[in-house]
Write a protein that binds this ligand. Structure first.
Ligand code: HEC
Ligand code: HEC
Length: 344
């Protein structure tokens, strides 16, 4: 008891000092030292899954962990039970949320359960963690939504709740998202990226981007290396289909095994190779022209119209983004909001 009380107190102190330090850093001149690693350890305080009790909740959370790791087998398009085929591709959640959502700057899932319900600019409404998982199912996994009471959904939500056990509601962590490396002041160049792809990615993801299946005859066994484009990849509405997200993810995590502490690619190469990947064909999501009821809240790198500004589709897809951001800031001041003309 005393011991856990002490740890809880320590967690709050460390968390509070992390907030203070990151606030200070926000005002510090660029080139200031990054936050010392001591701050994040307490925040990434994940309970040991194997120590969860063997009760209904423990079993559900462990089942959720299995679904995140082997999504294709449980809810993929070739899953044994046809009624359970929710995902439209044979990816696993953990192909993007690396180590089951526990890796920094690899789209971690550590705070997700504590972050929702949250406002979503994409729908202009407050969405629950359940809705958010379904967005990944429909976009990243190019599939269809699950009902909240479906057991695989309940399992995923139980897994996410365990990850967030020690995260204060609305709490932030160091290592969230995919990182934010400096942007280029030119458009990212798919042509230059093609050469980088051939040199640094093609051995694993294959020259045609189709990845490596564990067993060519059994799609329900998923991939040893996931595809990056083509019919079995994420669709055009996915977060990973946006250049800023993908370039940062690649910079901090690829070639697989890379950590944000020691990136393999220089930022320029990460931008260009990501541009090459996104210039390749992938499944189209119908109806995404109705995303973002207020177009001023649409991410600058969303690769599909309509937009609030008059920059080209090309510039929204490949940058440079700073001029678009400046224009959006201006429009926010003069217009407040720009309704999406496709929504009536
Ligand atoms: C050593 C083999 C290897 C190399 C080289 C490699 N990757 Fe990966 N990549 C993987 C594996 C394996 C995963 C899935 C990781 C997991 O499931 O834990 C992955 C996942 C990804 C993902 C997320 C999953 C998806 O399907 O979208 C992207 C994006 C990606 N890699 C891009 C790249 C790019 C771009 C390069 C070149 C700069 C690259 N990778 C180089 C093995 C590799
Ligand atoms: C192709 C890559 C990819 C796959 C596969 C994928 N996701 Fe995601 N996911 C993303 C991206 C990108 C985001 C947005 C991250 C951000 O905004 O920082 C995201 C966000 C999320 C979030 C919200 C996290 C937060 O804290 O806001 C949840 C929850 C989530 N995904 C769950 C899942 C689950 C469960 C699966 C499998 C059924 C899955 N994802 C499959 C790429 C993927």
């Amino acid at each position: 008891m005393t011991r856990s009380g002490f740890c809880g107190f320590k967690l709050i102190v460390v968390f509070a000092s992390a907030v203070v330090i990151s606030t200070l850093l926000a005002f510090a001149p660029s080139g200031a030292a990054p936050p010392s690693p001591v701050k994040d350890i307490a925040v990434w305080n994940i309970p040991a899954f194997d120590a969860l009790p063997d009760d209904e909740n423990g079993r559900l959370a462990r089942y959720g962990r299995t679904i995140i790791a082997a999504t294709y087998a449980h809810i993929g398009p070739a899953a044994v039970n046809p009624a359970a085929r929710y995902a439209g591709n044979n990816l696993a959640c953990t192909n993007c949320h690396l180590r089951g959502g526990l890796k920094k700057f690899a789209l971690p899932l550590v705070t997700a359960s504590a972050d929702y319900p949250a406002y979503s600019a994409r729908t202009n409404a407050s969405i629950s963690i359940f809705d958010r998982v379904n967005q990944c199912l429909m976009r990243s996994m190019n599939g269809r939504p699950m009902a909240e009471q479906d057991r695989p959904m309940q399992a995923i939500l139980a897994y996410l709740r365990v990850l967030s056990t020690n995260i204060p509601v609305g709490g932030t962590i160091i290592g969230a998202g995919a990182g934010a490396m400096p942007e280029l002041d030119r458009a990212a160049d798919p042509g230059r990226g093609a050469a980088i792809y051939a040199r640094t990615c093609a051995d694993c993801h294959r020259p045609d981007g189709s990845g490596v299946r564990r067993n060519v005859a059994l799609p329900e066994m998923g991939y040893a290396v996931p595809p990056l484009w083509g019919q079995d990849s994420f669709n055009t509405g996915a977060g990973t289909a946006r250049l800023i997200t993908l370039a940062n993810f690649v910079h901090d995590n690829m070639p697989n095994g890379t950590s944000w502490v020691a990136p393999t690619l220089v930022p320029e190469d990460a931008w260009d190779v990501a541009a090459f990947v996104l210039s390749q064909p992938r499944p189209q999501l119908a109806g995404i022209d109705r995303d973002f009821p207020n177009l001023l809240l649409k991410p600058v790198d969303a690769g599909y119209p309509p937009y609030a500004d008059s920059f080209s589709l090309e510039q929204h897809r490949y940058g440079p983004f700073a001029p678009i951001r400046a224009e959006i800031t201006r429009l926010k001041e003069v217009r407040g909001e720009v309704p999406n003309p496709n929504i009536r």
